[in-house]
Structures are given as structure tokens and as C-alpha cells.
Design a protein around this ligand. Structure first.
Ligand SMILES: C[S@@+](CC[C@H](N)C(=O)[O-])C[C@H]1O[C@@H](n2cnc3c(N)ncnc32)[C@H](O)[C@@H]1O
Length: 249
């Protein structure tokens, strides 16, 4: 594990692992990457496929994140106190389950999902979460409207490779404003996309926005294999403050 410089473009797969979650959930067998689904079986898989067919330009994945990847992403979620956690692009809730497993009583778990049908599905299946139909690009406004001044962690399932550079930057600035100097941000990318220009640009952008960017080892038990970024300490004080002013914080 280490921090990336803004211009580094080396092999991600050589990175050592982030700390392993203490209680990985089941559902993955052998060394073949498989698509696993939460315990409520065919429901989420059907809902995910339907969303992927309905709006392929918004989903950007062939399967929900595996429990292994979900646990890794959720590792930024505090397990004590009364944290406020935001999930971006929860889809059918595979990462939501890992977040919920860590959250202590009294925590808040907000989930911002652009697809209203997926949001309706999540409201049915995950009543523990506050599901918000909205665009991650408007995160600080969505939080301000719910009287949430700052959050402890943001966990993203967003399909970054489908976004243009301006959208990526706008969302990252919103995340930076939401977590402030003390929060954490976790997101993921697919290993096969790492050499692509857009993925390389996204990595550079992460290092521009955050002082610390930690890259995980490859999670092979995911379809397709993926890795996580964990970011802390937004760099741009000026940009951070201007978003705060916009949202009245
Ligand atoms: C690849 S799926 C990830 C689902 C789930 N988090 C997982 O890892 O299995 C991407 C999700 O992000 C949602 N999404 C895409 N663009 C979004 C945006 N701008 N704001 C909020 N959600 C968005 C999609 O509707 C979809 O549910």
C-alpha cells in the first residue's frame, strides 16, 4: 500500500493488499471470478440486469460488486460513534450490505442513486438506508437539503469510465467537500481498464484532488477483477471552501 504521485502510471496489480476485512461474507467459490449475489437471490441480479439493459450508459458493469470487493470498499466506514456515510451509485445494494454490516447503531447511511427504479428497489430491500434519487454531481446540495453538514465516509460504485473528465472532476470535488479534511473516500476500477486513457486520467485526477491516494491489490474474485482506491485529505482548500460556500456550510 502506498500513496501515488500525480504522474505515476505503474502496475496496480503489484500493490499489496489493504487490510483484509474481518468477516468476509460467503458466496464466492474457488479461484474463478464469479458474480455473487446477496442472500435475497435472484431479485438483485434481475434488477441489476434490467437496469443494465435499460441504461447501459449509466451502469457500466456486467455484474454487481462481489462481497470481497464490497468489503474492501466498506473498510473506510467507521465502526464506532455515530458516523454518517454516503454511498454513490448503490445499484442493487451489494456494497450497501457491506457498509451496513460495519455501521454501528445510530449511524446514518445515505445512498444516492440516479436510476429511480433501482432507488425504488433499494427502498424495498434495504429499509435501513436513506435512499436519495439524485446525481452524485450534486452531492453537497443533496446533503445540505437533508441538513447533513459533513460526512465521515463516501463509498462509490459509480462507473467512472463512462464519465467525461469534467464530470469526473465535478463529482470528485463534491466528494472532497463532503468528506472535508477528516473523512475518507473509497471507489473502485476494473483492472482491464487500467491502461486506458480515461482510467489513467482518473488516477491522476484522484491525486490532484486528494493528498493521499492508496491503491489496493487486485480483487480477482470480482467480475471483472477490480481494485480499490482509498483517498483522504482533499488538497484544494480554495475549491473545498467554495463548494462549502455554495451549500451554505
Ligand atoms: C456499476 S453500478 C454499481 C452498483 C453497485 N454499487 C455495485 O458495485 O455493484 C453503477 C451505479 O451507479 C449509478 N449511477 C450512475 N451515474 C450516477 C450518478 N451520476 N449519480 C448517482 N448514481 C449514478 C447507476 O445507476 C448504477 O446503479
Amino acid at each position: 500500500m502506498r500513496t501515488l504521485g500525480p504522474d505515476e502510471e505503474d502496475d496496480l496489480t503489484a500493490e499489496p493488499a489493504l487490510p483484509a476485512p474481518s468477516t468476509p461474507r460467503g458466496g464466492v467459490a474457488g479461484s474463478i471470478p464469479t458474480c455473487t449475489v446477496p442472500p435475497f437471490a435472484a431479485g438483485p441480479r434481475r434488477a441489476f440486469l434490467a437496469a443494465a439493459v435499460r441504461s447501459p450508459g449509466q451502469i457500466g458493469a456486467v455484474a454487481p460488486s462481489s462481497p470481497r470487493l464490497a468489503d474492501l470498499l466498506a473498510s473506510v466506514v467507521p465502526t464506532h460513534g455515530a458516523p454518517i456515510v454516503v454511498e454513490l451509485g448503490p445499484g442493487t445494494g451489494s456494497v450497501s450490505a457491506a457498509i451496513a454490516e460495519r455501521l454501528p447503531a445510530g449511524a446514518r447511511h445515505l445512498a444516492v442513486e440516479l436510476d429511480p427504479r433501482l432507488a425504488a428497489y433499494l427502498r424495498r430491500t434495504r429499509p435501513d438506508m436513506e435512499v436519495v434519487v439524485g446525481d452524485a454531481e450534486h452531492l453537497t446540495g443533496l446533503l445540505a437539503a437533508r441538513s447533513v453538514p459533513a460526512v465521515d465516509a463516501v463509498v462509490s460504485g459509480l462507473p467512472w469510465s463512462l464519465f467525461g473528465g469534467a464530470t469526473q472532476r465535478a463529482i470528485l470535488d463534491q466528494v472532497a467537500a463532503a468528506i472535508g479534511p477528516t473523512g475518507a473516500f473509497a471507489t473502485f476500477a476494473y483492472t482491464h481498464t487500467a491502461p486506458m486513457t480515461t482510467a489513467r486520467r482518473f488516477r491522476r485526477m484522484l491525486s490532484e484532488v486528494f493528498d493521499e491516494v492508496v491503491v489496493s491489490r487486485t480483487i480477482w474474485r470480482n467480475l471483472p477483477p477490480a481494485y480499490a482506491y482509498v483517498c483522504r485529505r482533499p488538497r484544494s482548500e480554495g475549491r473545498y471552501q467554495s463548494v462549502q460556500r455554495d451549500t451554505g456550510r
